[in-house]
Design a binder for this molecule. Structure first.
Ligand code: PMP
Ligand code: GLN
Length: 380
């Protein structure tokens, strides 16, 4: 059979997690928490099942959950979002992004993304007939080169994708980035896919610049979220897309004949639990403490930190100690040092290699201690 994705192999997250299992290594590669989620939320979902919420949910998502989300967006970003027409619950954030691409892309449309990029974006665009236009964030600070973005726009450009806080770099977009973006999107009548799955995982007192704060930009945007990040349950694969009515209407046409609807008990469970605002308002401090804990542990290793201000991740350069490729350095770490990490080149279409590895700090202290003990061995 002719492959529709001839250049796509197995996701780096699967590869590294499998290697971690094979070598019995500490896994700071794939991004997921290794500590328990809220017992109350689990109970809330159990309760929903016991009460008989076990049949198809509303195709756009449980109304009570959508209302709770609209209220949350009002509280956090002063946005007025219509729960009936602008929110669609999806089986995860990745699905929301994929569906947004399916909704807008016509064959040959160009989509601008920034690299390093979360690994699903390129195949999502390609399979939908789009042409990926990658723009490299400026190394080593990973700033967005707005001049290059303006220069990359052609009459085929259909959309831009942004991700803040950013996976894999932990970079967050500033208000001035958002104004640049708004100007470009509006002037060129593009669409925007805004991946905001890490909206609450933001540190150092920096505010999250959601598209919801930029009314004109929002009019052309699909914002994608994941409950997995907010409630420490990446395995639940539940998320949502927020977009203005006209865009949501088209998004829902694609969604209704793909997933049709999402897991009912989990939607009921979250709807009943989400009035507990502390659960998400505390996430910034909670994860910042983990990031800082790992920073201290790694201070005396030869790895050089590249500051992260958000997400589950912080990156480190090993350029001072090795010239080997980041892929072989990561392989060496997992086989000889007992720790799995992600080589940053996996997030570039052309495997750009700056000798940087990504570490996930969404882990218990004991895991971070064990990981640091492995990395300390780089000193000898
Ligand atoms: N975008 C980014 C940047 C992510 O890191 C993730 C987490 N894998 C997602 C989207 C998708 O989240 P989900 O697991 O809900 O599909
Ligand atoms: N978002 C996670 C990461 O970047 C993992 C997602 C996945 O395994 N597909 O590591």
């Amino acid at each position: 059979m002719q492959s529709k994705l001839p250049h796509i192999g197995t996701s780096i997250f699967t590869v590294m997690s499998q290697l971690a299992v094979k070598h019995g290594a500490i896994n700071l590669g794939q991004g997921f928490p290794d500590f328990p989620m809220s017992a109350k939320l689990i109970e809330s979902v159990n309760q929903a099942m016991k009460e008989g919420h076990n049949q198809y949910a509303h195709t756009f998502g449980l109304p009570a959950l959508r209302q709770g989300l609209a209220q949350k967006m009002h509280d956090l970003y002063a946005a007025t979002i219509n729960a009936d027409t602008e929110i669609t619950i999806t089986p995860g954030g990745t699905y929301a992004i994929y569906t947004a691409f399916s909704t807008i892309i016509e064959p040959g449309d160009e989509i601008i993304i920034f690299e390093p990029a979360y690994d699903s974006y390129i195949p999502n665009i390609t399979i939908n007939g789009g042409i990926v236009v990658p723009i490299a964030l400026e190394f080593p600070n990973y700033t967005i080169p707005w001049d290059k973005v303006k220069a990359a726009i052609t009459n085929k450009t259909k959309a831009i994708l942004v991700n803040t806080p950013h996976n894999p770099t932990g970079k967050v977009m500033s208000a001035s980035d958002m104004l640049e973006l708004q100007e470009i999107v509006v002037r060129n009548q593009l669409y925007l896919i805004s991946d905001e799955v890490y909206e609450h995982l933001i540190y150092d007192q920096i505010p999250h610049e959601s598209v919801l704060k930029y009314a004109e930009l929002y009019q052309r945007t699909f914002i994608c979220y994941s409950f997995g990040k907010t409630y420490h349950c990446t395995g639940w694969k539940l998320g949502y897309c927020v977009a203005p009515e006209q865009l949501s209407k088209e998004f829902r046409k694609v969604h209704q004949f793909n997933a049709f609807s999402c897991d009912t008990p989990k939607q009921v469970g979250i709807a009943n639990y989400m009035s507990n605002k502390e659960a998400y308002l505390s996430l910034g401090n909670f994860y910042q403490e983990k990031r800082d804990y790992l920073r201290v542990l790694l201070k005396d290793t030869p790895l050089v930190r590249m500051d992260s201000h958000g997400s589950y991740f912080e990156s480190y350069s090993y350029a001072a100690i090795s010239e080997e490729s980041d892929k072989s350095f990561a392989e060496k770490l997992v086989t000889n040092y007992g720790i799995a990490v992600i080589p940053m080149s996996a997030f570039y279409h052309d495997a750009t290699d700056h000798k940087v590895i990504r570490l996930c700090f969404a882990k218990q202290k004991a895991t971070l201690d064990a990981a640091a003990a492995c990395l300390q061995k780089l000193n000898s």
